[in-house]
Design a protein around this ligand. Structure first.
Ligand code: PLP
Length: 354
């Protein structure tokens, strides 16, 4: 069987693969602690569950418009108006099956062969693969721990070319937990206007923050907003990862194209979940307690990592990740096995230390 050429370079998500490995071991009773996937261990708030259950009982079981019900679009528009003082029209919003799906739709309607898309490293592993799947080239700009993983703007500038179609911004970021400084976001926004590229701003951790407040580029004026795709999701904030709900706000022309691709692939986000999502959006009273718990865990985790010989970890400002540098362990040997890279180390930690 010959698969399509585009599949040659597409890998399984390493996060999901590691997570699946741990889940399999745990099903065998191995008791591995799973730090692989970005999934809150809290439950979905009851008010969201009840709204979805009611929608099922009320018979809302059919298709909706592919880009989401008018009610959930209104909920998104009202929330973003309240939260970020941004105005969007119904034609400028699309609800998809999670932020990953939103980003996938963006990649399919915007990127093509010959395009370059800038991604800051360390990055969420899905970004480059979606870019490549669309036939475009990811251009990686490395960021350093000593800069709080903020990109060096001169280095960024040197990577922008006439082929630069877009730049993916993710603050707070997976996996570093970095929250970019206002100066960094403003400098990126200025470059986007000057060098004419699109900002894809993945803001799915915007409400899980311990220090500072992430700056949403779309708030920096109409010239920036008109070239920004603001992506967010219910997944992390509301502990609704399995519900598969995310949204994109941006120029009507791009949103319409995303809606077309959605209508030819998945159709609408799952109908009862849209009712739950519309009910939940912006109702955040439950969240402070959870963020405080994440912060406690962050402090314990980062201290423990920094207590290991040869390991260093900067304090994440947001999200629920720690991004330790295990560089001091690479090249060492454990039980006769040499540690060659991070992937091997991950597997050894699971197998030996669980
Ligand atoms: N964007 C980032 C940065 C993420 O870390 C994740 C999940 O880990 C997603 C998007 C995907 O979110 P969703 O579950 O809403 O598709």
């Amino acid at each position: 069987m010959k698969l399509a050429t585009r599949m040659l370079s597409l890998k399984e998500s390493p996060t999901l693969a590691t997570s699946a490995k741990v889940k399999k071991l745990n099903a065998e009773g191995k008791g591995v602690i799973n730090f692989a996937a970005g999934e809150p261990d809290f439950d979905t708030p009851d008010f969201a569950k009840e709204a979805a259950i009611k929608a099922i009982r009320d018979g809302h079981n059919g298709y909706t418009p592919a880009s989401g019900t008018p009610a959930i679009k209104k909920a998104v528009i009202d929330w973003v108006k309240k939260d970020l003082a941004l105005d969007y029209k119904p034609g400028e919003v699309i609800v998809s099956l999670g932020a990953k799906h939103s980003l996938y739709n963006i990649s399919q309607v915007l990127y093509e062969e010959g395009d370059e898309v800038i991604i800051f490293a360390p990055y969420w592993v899905t970004y480059p693969d979606q870019v490549m799947l669309a036939g475009a080239t990811p251009v990686i700009v490395d960021c350093r721990a000593e800069d709080g993983f903020n990109p060096d703007i001169k280095e960024l500038e040197s990577k922008i070319t006439d082929k630069t179609k877009a730049l993916i911004l993710n603050s707070p970021g997976n996996p570093s937990g970095a929250v970019y400084s206002d100066d960094t976001v403003k400098a990126i926004a200025e470059l986007a206007v000057k060098r004419d590229f699109i900002i894809v701003s993945d803001e799915c951790y915007d409400k899980i923050v311990y220090e500072g407040k992430p700056l949403s580029p779309a708030t920096l004026g109409d010239d920036v907003k008109s070239r920004t795709l603001l992506v967010n999701a219910w997944s992390k904030t509301y502990s609704m990862t399995g519900w598969r709900l995310g949204y994109t706000l941006g120029p009507a022309e791009i949103v319409k194209a995303m809606s077309n691709i959605q209508s030819q692939s998945t159709s609408n986000p799952v109908t009862p979940m849209q009712f739950g999502g519309a009910r939940a959006l912006g109702d955040l009273d439950f969240l402070a307690e959870r963020v405080a718990e994440f912060k406690k865990r962050r402090d314990v985790m980062v201290a423990a990592l920094n207590g290991l010989d040869g390991v260093s970890c900067i304090m994440p400002k947001g999200a629920f990740y720690a991004f330790p540098d295990f560089g001091g362990w690479i090249g060492k040997t454990y039980k006769g096995e040499k540690i060659n890279d991070d992937a091997q180390l991950t597997n050894m930690l699971i197998d030996h230390a669980r």
